[in-house]
Design a protein around this ligand. Sequence first.
Ligand SMILES: CC(C)(COP(=O)(O)OP(=O)(O)OC[C@H]1O[C@@H](n2cnc3c(N)ncnc32)[C@H](O)[C@@H]1OP(=O)(O)O)[C@@H](O)C(=O)NCCC(=O)NCCS
Length: 185
Amino acid sequence: MDRWGSELPELEGERLCLRMLKRADAPGVLSVFGDPEVIRYWSSPELKDLDEARELIDRIHGLFEKRELFQWGIHSTELDRIVGTCTLQHVDTTHKRAEVGIALGSKSWGHGFGSEALGLLFDFAFNALDLHRLEADVDPNNARSVAMFEKLGFQREGYLRERWHLLGEIQDSVWFGLLKREWRP
Ligand SMILES: CC(C)(COP(=O)(O)OP(=O)(O)OC[C@H]1O[C@@H](n2cnc3c(N)ncnc32)[C@H](O)[C@@H]1OP(=O)(O)O)[C@@H](O)C(=O)NCCC(=O)NCCS
């Protein structure tokens, strides 16, 4: 887990590259986490301005230094800017598992970018980190996310009632799991 120093490895795809966020990416980060449609099912409040976006980027770097969070910026080659982020958290190398998460700005939905970014993330998790199992916690009302995880081969493993208190609502979770042997790139 220490082999990456202070930089996340870059993961190159056809249309996207997963890379370390820089403070200069604040406008892209704000376009994602300042978008009410994106944070509708997200576990933190909407960003208000560029200062809050820079603070988020600093927090992401600090958590990576402690190896508590791997959060890549999703960089679109065509647009040459950050269009989202994807994460591995609760990485447990003893039990070889981690939780995945992803958010794209709503203008980037519906082009298969979510599946492409997660494919890059899964190759890293299953091969470079040698994990055995990936998990995802999804709001059952988040139809796009449920469809994406099912399309990627995740199985529904559990239903957790009233797990989150967000935006004045209590939300349930569907717990998804994917084993290394089930992943078809
Ligand atoms: C969930 C989320 C990441 C899905 O992203 P996405 O890129 O739209 O999802 P997908 O990769 O599954 O692509 C969706 C559609 O793009 C279409 N598509 C268009 N071009 C495509 C291509 N070249 N390759 C693959 N799919 C393509 C597909 O038809 C697919 O729709 P279908 O599954 O109905 O056929 C996105 O909606 C999001 O960021 N939501 C807000 C944050 C959030 O809720 N995150 C999840 C928390 S658990």
